[in-house]
Design a protein around this ligand. Structure first.
Ligand code: XMP
Length: 516
């Protein structure tokens, strides 16, 4: 098997907000990248025989006591190195140059002008816009280095020891505000490191199928299918590897969106002939949640109830050794960064914390994939766009969007209103391109209205639509007023029990995306 990870790039993380972005950008070029903690062991970093190293930015100052240092094995390897921001300063300090605090922080757009020739800037128009964000600056270059580009404020915006393939960028090529950054990274990866573009959805699928077969042998795998992208793609991959030895359990907790359960059954059971056990547990969940209004308590009850329902089904199946999981790469990086075990069960897939009598070996075919890659793999496996491009949906489902006490009639009211909102957005072509997440929230707030000749006194519905890349921060979507007007009119007319619609204009922070 040709290892599609071999000869890629190792990204060394010094704590920048954009480390993952560097890795994603290079993956987009078709080259495997793996993110390592700055103190990772050399054997670990070199496991896939990377063709080069990228040192990320970071919040520290290289001379600060306790600041992360450059592990010498990278310099000793003779392989190409690209340091970005803090990474560049580290490289400079390690090789005998000097770094000092600048009088003023430089943050925001700037223009770079090239100086001399370098493969890093091959075929790039100059001058060009880049994005600066740094406090420290280089005062003196190490021996062998030359300036490759400068800006009005930074005499050393890009530096390199061309003979030894060591480069440094004071700015951030990975962010969207550096429009030609992608090409710079491409030049480093292909021209300087000599990588080949062999990381693709099709190649990944072949590789993953072989790995799953090798891991599982002739045994069976159990997977909790939630209807979300990650578990759906993990399921489709495992099914491709072991066919009907994959057994899926889908728990309908009654808090799914309109037609969601039916769609999961149609796609997976009918169209893909998956062995799928569907459990309708709506009544049990609602009973457990009766009278509960506090958000954290709702979440806890749903988590515990899920484990109970899933465990019951798992026990019926007997002798199962493997549990499939839709864990993806950001979960792995974040849990490793949080100092937890690298083998994390995704809490929002709700199969963490299974009772002791159910111990499984995990099958996690998407552990190395970013979300956009998961979607591409899903497409390549033939999953429908309605599943592959589904927006994130929280594990506790509509329970945390139906504020106050839960009841079946209130959930139905919310489902209908939510379907009108998302349906109109889809029709206007705004569901995928313009909004990262959009949904309705039912509020336990009654207000007076007038319907025909009568006074009404009904509940309020809030509409939430946000734009975001990473869901850590988000802005409210500037949806067209005409669209909001149409949605509002339709909801009040078509959904009994709602007489007022409001639009949430809170960004995150200070708000969160969900209301509970
Ligand atoms: P917040 O509300 O924290 O949400 O801004 C950020 C993102 O996380 C999703 N979310 C969840 N996803 N289980 C999940 O699978 C959960 O319990 C959960 N809570 C929030 C939310 O929809 C948004 O995309």
């Amino acid at each position: 098997m040709d290892d599609i990870k071999r000869g890629g790039i190792a990204v060394i993380d010094y704590g920048s907000q954009t480390t993952q972005l560097i890795a994603r950008r290079i993956r987009e070029l078709g080259v495997y990248t793996h993110v390592f903690a700055h103190d990772a062991r050399p054997e670990e970093v070199d496991r896939h025989q990377p063709a080069g190293y990228i040192l990320s930015g970071g919040p520290n100052s290289v001379y600060e006591p306790g600041a992360p240092t450059l592990s010498p094995f990278m310099l000793e390897s003779g392989k190409p190195i690209l340091g970005i921001c803090y990474g560049m300063q580290l490289l400079t300090a390690a090789l005998g140059g000097t770094v000092a605090a600048s009088a003023s922080r430089e943050y925001g757009p700037a223009q770079i002008q090239q100086q001399g020739e370098s493969r890093l800037f091959a075929d790039l128009a100059m001058p060009q816009q880049i994005w600066m964000s740094h406090g420290d600056r280089i005062e003196e270059l190490p021996a062998g280095f030359q300036t490759l580009a400068h800006t009005a404020n930074s005499p050393y915006a890009a530096i390199g020891d061309v003979a030894r393939h060591r480069y440094g960028l004071q700015f951030h090529p990975e962010v969207g505000h550096t429009p030609q950054g992608r090409q710079m990274l491409g030049n480093f990866v292909f021209e300087i490191c000599g990588c080949q573009a062999k990381w693709s959805a099709a190649a990944f699928i072949d590789d993953a199928v072989a790995r799953i077969q090798a891991q599982v042998g002739y045994e069976r795998v159990l997977l909790a299918l939630s209807g979300g992208v990650d578990s759906a793609v993990a399921g489709a991959l495992i099914q491709r590897a072991i066919g009907e030895r994959l057994i899926c359990v889908f728990v309908d907790h009654g808090m799914l969106r309109q037609d969601e359960a039916a769609q999961v059954l149609r796609v997976f059971r009918e169209e893909r002939s998956m062995r799928l056990i569907a459990v309708n547990a709506a009544e049990e969940f609602l009973d457990a949640l009766a009278g509960i209004t506090e958000p954290e308590t709702k979440r806890k009850i749903i988590g515990a109830q899920f484990i109970e329902t899933f465990s019951r089904e798992a026990r019926k199946l007997r002798d199962l050794r493997f549990l499939g999981q839709g864990t993806i790469y950001p979960d792995v990086i974040e849990s490793a960064a949080a100092g937890k075990s690298a083998r994390t069960i995704k809490s929002h897939h709700n199969v963490g914390g299974l009772p002791d009598d159910l111990s499984f070996e995990l099958v996690e075919p998407l552990r190395d994939c970013f979300k956009d890659e998961v979607r591409k793999i899903g497409e390549a496996l033939g999953l429908p766009a309605s599943i592959v491009w589904r927006q994130p949906f929280p594990g506790p489902g509509l329970a945390i969007r139906c504020l106050g006490e839960l009841s079946w009639p209130r959930l139905e009211k919310l489902r209908r209103a939510d379907a009108i909102f998302t349906g109109e957005l889809a029709e206007a072509g705004l569901l995928r391109a313009e909004t990262a997440q959009c949904f309705a929230v039912l509020l336990p707030v009654k207000s007076v209205g007038v319907m025909g000749d009568n006074r009404s006194y009904e509940e309020t519905l809030a509409l939430r639509a946000v734009t975001t890349d990473d869901f850590m921060t988000a802005d409210w979507a500037r949806l067209p007023h005409d669209l909001l007007a149409k949605v509002s009119a339709r909801i009040v007319n078509e959904v009994a029990g709602i007489n007022r619609v409001v639009y949430d204009i809170t960004s995150k922070p200070p708000g969160t995306i969900e209301w509970e």
